[in-house]
Ligand binder design. Structure first.
Ligand SMILES: Cc1cc2nc3c(=O)[nH]c(=O)nc-3n(C[C@H](O)[C@H](O)[C@H](O)COP(=O)(O)OP(=O)(O)OC[C@H]3O[C@@H](n4cnc5c(N)ncnc54)[C@H](O)[C@@H]3O)c2cc1C
Length: 413
């Protein structure tokens, strides 16, 4: 045990509450500090992979998240001409039959916060961390309102635009624009003749469109629009809903499929946002400060793995803190175990992202290669390693710099 008794967790998105639950299980008292004033109630949806569900189950925290979503085991890929390119799965099936689930980001945040609060975890909203410094025996954190907090450890769960990352390394790379803009929406009672839970993804002539029918008949959709240069946030914010509708209509005008109809039937479209990923981060930690989740390794959303990786990180970090002799060794062990897995998934997701943003020549090659790519992907070793990942809470953490901790465990990449 590292003698870490208290942890300051900055960020209450996906990783924050799960880290709190996992650290508490390891005997550490956590407090979550979240910059927003409340949890979000609107916005986009995401897919929780079978590996993310399995990881939540290690903490006994999976039920609420599953209840808030619906199973989405399959993806059918099509070209803009309507040609079926192939089919793959969004995850494997864990032993109890649970498959990957889709749910709104707001519902996932809510479900995870409820789990943390039910275990007595303190969550403070309206607390934006602006600075932190290590002392001889802990970390002092400063917030935008002038207040401070002190703990044995600081865990940065503050997302892709992390402040903690720059505290660890002022030269840390900034997130880079992934060449795609994202928008989405929900169509109530759409009455589509499609199998609930089966995603249809269309590599259109100009943009990418994904949709899925929820069990009640609503359709959930998202669109990725390629754009080479990154628009300023002010430019995106200035786009009116009417302008966005016209932009989406133009993007999908020449494609087969339901995109135009669904966009038209959507009462409120989520505003366009630029998709960011994080270049390789040289340092994940100091002696007592560490980043995890998107703050350490944000894959393209095309991976469908960002949330699941964040949840896995939280549990592995707790195990390392439980098993290593010092905080520094625990954090080194954590990075050694998690970096190879995160980087392998990021590499794969970047390939999918490039396929979405392909130009005319790239599109022809992509359409020709997709069936082969899919048949390899669904059965490939890397697909198995991504979705079939299990963390055993009871084994000793792997990869610790302490020689006694190097060989045991099963949480490797
Ligand atoms: C369009 C889109 C689609 C996606 N689809 C999927 C998907 O299908 N499947 C999937 O697994 N992942 C998906 N992702 C990625 C997923 O949302 C992220 O990987 C996941 O949310 C990461 O969790 P996190 O806790 O690290 O960061 P976040 O969920 O972003 O949480 C970070 C939190 O930190 C807070 N914060 C930030 N700075 C501070 C500060 N200084 N002080 C205090 N609090 C702070 C923020 O307010 C936020 O609440 C998608 C992402 C996008 C953008």
């Amino acid at each position: 045990m590292t003698h870490v008794r208290t942890a300051l967790i900055v960020g209450g998105g996906v990783a924050g509450p799960v880290t709190a639950i996992a650290l508490q299980k390891a005997g550490i008292e956590p407090v979550i500090y979240e910059a927003r004033s409340t949890a979000p109630t609107t916005g986009a949806f995401l897919t929780l992979g079978s590996n993310g569900i399995d990881a939540l189950r290690v903490l006994g925290a999976d039920t609420a998240a599953l209840a808030a979503g619906f199973p989405t085991p399959r993806i059918v890929l099509r070209s803009g001409t309507g040609k079926r390119l192939g089919e793959t799965r969004t995850g494997l099936t864990p032993p109890d039959g649970t498959t990957s689930h889709t749910l709104t980001r707001a519902d996932l945040y809510r479900a995870l916060h409820e789990q943390a609060e039910a275990r007595g975890v303190r969550v403070e909203f309206d607390r934006r961390m602006v600075a932190a410094e290590e002392t001889s025996d802990g970390v002092r954190v400063k917030f935008a309102d002038g207040s401070e907090a002190f703990g044995d450890l600081l865990v940065g769960c503050d997302g892709v635009h992390s402040t903690t990352r720059r505290i660890i390394d002022p030269d840390a790379p900034a997130p880079t624009y992934a060449g795609l803009l994202n928008a989405g929406g929900y169509v109530r009672g759409a009455r589509m003749d499609a199998e609930p839970g089966s995603y249809e993804m269309i590599f259109g002539k100009r943009a990418f469109f994904g949709h899925v029918v929820a069990p009640g008949g609503d359709v959930w959709w998202f669109a990725n629009l390629p754009r080479r240069d990154e628009p300023a946030r002010s430019e995106l914010e200035a786009i009116s809903e009417g302008q966005l509708r016209r932009q989406l209509a133009a993007a999908f005008a020449d494609d087969e499929g339901p995109a135009l109809r669904l966009i038209d039937a959507t009462s409120e479209i989520t505003p366009l946002t630029a998709v960011h990923t994080l270049p390789r981060l040289p340092r994940w930690h100091t002696d007592r400060i560490v980043v995890l989740g998107d703050a350490a390794h944000a894959p393209s959303p095309s991976s469908g793995q960002g949330a699941s990786l964040s949840i896995e990180d939280a549990i592995v970090l707790a195990k390392c803190l439980r098993d290593a002799p010092t905080p520094r060794e625990a954090l080194a062990s954590f990075e050694a175990v998690r970096r190879p897995r995160a980087e392998a998934i990021i590499k794969w997701a970047a390939r999918v992202n490039n396929a979405k943003a392909a130009g005319p020549v790239g599109r022809v090659i992509r359409d020709a290669m997709t069936p082969l790519f899919l048949s390899l992907t669904a059965n490939s070793k890397s697909h198995q390693q991504t979705y079939n990942f299990h963390i055993d809470w009871d084994t000793v953490a792997v990869g610790a710099s302490s020689p006694s901790l190097k060989s045991a465990g099963s949480d490797g990449p």
